[in-house]
Design a protein around this ligand. Structure first.
Ligand SMILES: Cc1ncc(COP(=O)(O)O)c(C=O)c1O
Length: 419
């Protein structure tokens, strides 16, 4: 008789854990673009706090005051005892910020996406980019609608699916705004045009782009100048807002419907007072300090061109380089070794293997923060050059001008070494 625990142990998933490399579940403490890992000080290049707000005293102060006033937890779901005036204030502010009729907040961004499930009804069709976040995929699984996945950003593929779909079916196109692993933007103007032509609704997960993109930080729609392209947003406070929590924003009747049907709202405890207060304080900063967006995007452009000049593959050239920079390595074990070597050079990154990316597309994911300094940037480039050459991932000699002319790692500036 099969034992479910034994079956898990003999599956292929843990084999990666036996390589001796340990890129996952590392205990660390991070702040302002640096971290302590294995007791050493390193550059943090794996954190999604793009605007550098999680340690901002205005954000941490708001969280501390809310904890003092309301306690550490609401200990109940939004529907029952878990709604503070603070939750309502955040929802009103978000709706105004995103130009939507209404918004509702959830305990995590993952839950915000799961809360979409009631929209995917029997007989409907969901068209979903294959690189969408796992939580969107799970929401689609939880719903009853037919699944129509299309290859990443393949607009011709999406159109083919729409053209051949039952014209009477309710249709919804679901996409990440800024893709979390590839670092590229969804092709929102084209998605919107296709949606209009075929009577589909557009749902955008703005987890990575709300707060970051567009003159006011309203995300991809603002970036592309298509404010009406999105019918419903989801998002998170765990990235640009330096807190934790999720959001849905859109027409009042849809948000109202989800309040009473979305199980993550009905059956899970609400965002903590501290998280809500931190998100509100971060929203003030997102609105008041656009220079944080400019700074992190500038850093990203410089890092991307420096890595390319060294010979790394950071994906096809993107019109907008975002603070998520993928460095394609290929092969889970080589990826883990590269992660380890880069850490030995004093930079903490994310190793991304299946199921985060398809097999063969394993990558080191670099993320930047507005609080990174030019010295941090130079250190990251120096670490990648040294590690990449040691492992043969890049040629021994730089392939482009930027690498030779670009910043070199200054060992004295960041005296770190991790083994
Ligand atoms: C695109 C996307 N959506 C949703 C989420 C989930 O957000 P949270 O961390 O708030 O649960 C993430 C987080 O990694 C994400 O990258």
């Amino acid at each position: 008789m099969a034992d479910v625990f034994d079956k898990l142990l003999s599956s292929s998933a843990p084999s990666f854990m036996e390589t001796g490399f340990r890129p996952f579940y590392q205990a660390l403490s991070a702040r302002d673009g640096e971290a302590r890992v294995r007791c050493e000080r390193v550059v943090m290049a794996a954190c999604n706090d793009y605007l550098g707000l999680s340690g901002d005293p205005r954000v941490t102060g708001a969280a501390a005051r809310a904890t003092e006033r309301y306690g550490a937890s609401c200990s109940g779901s939004r529907a029952l005892c878990g709604t503070l005036p603070l939750h309502e204030e955040l929802e009103a502010r978000l709706a105004a910020f995103l130009g939507c009729e209404a918004a509702i907040v959830t305990t995590t961004g993952f839950q915000a996406n799961l809360a979409l499930a009631p929209l995917f009804g029997r007989g409907d069709l969901v068209f979903s980019d294959m690189a969408n976040h796992a939580s969107l995929m799970d929401a689609i699984r939880l719903g009853w609608a037919g699944k129509r996945p299309y290859r990443h950003s393949d607009m011709a593929g999406l159109e083919r699916q729409l053209v051949t779909a039952d014209p009477d079916a309710g249709k919804v196109i679901v996409t990440d705004g800024l893709f979390s692993m590839e670092g590229d933007l969804c092709r929102l103007p084209e998605i919107s045009a296709l949606a209009r032509r075929h009577g589909a609704r557009v749902v955008v997960d703005g987890a990575h782009d709300i707060g970051l993109l567009g003159a006011h930080g309203r995300g991809v729609a603002e970036h592309f100048g298509v404010p009406d392209a999105v019918d419903l947003y989801t998002g998170t406070f765990s990235k640009c807002f330096g807190s934790i929590g999720g959001l849905l924003a859109g027409p009042a009747h849809i948000i109202g419907y989800l309040r009473y049907t979305a199980r993550p709202l009905l059956f899970s405890a609400s965002m903590t007072p501290a998280s809500v207060a931190a998100a509100l304080a971060a929203l003030d900063i997102v609105e008041a300090e656009p220079e944080r967006r400019t700074r992190v995007l500038d850093l990203a452009g410089r890092l991307d061109s420096g890595l390319r000049a060294l010979g790394f593959d950071t994906g096809s050239a993107r019109a907008v380089v975002t603070p998520i920079i993928p460095v394609y390595i290929g092969g889970a074990e080589l990826c883990a070794r590269m992660w380890e070597e880069v850490l030995a050079e004093g930079v903490f990154t994310s190793a991304v293997v299946a199921p985060g990316v398809p097999v063969g597309r394993e990558l080191i994911r670099l993320t930047l923060q507005a609080t990174h300094t030019d010295e941090h940037l130079a250190h990251i480039l120096g670490a990648f050059a040294a590690a990449g050459r040691r492992l043969g991932v890049i040629p021994a000699v730089a392939v482009g001008r930027a690498a030779t002319a670009g910043p070199q790692r200054d060992r004295d500036a960041m005296p770190v070494h991790v083994r």
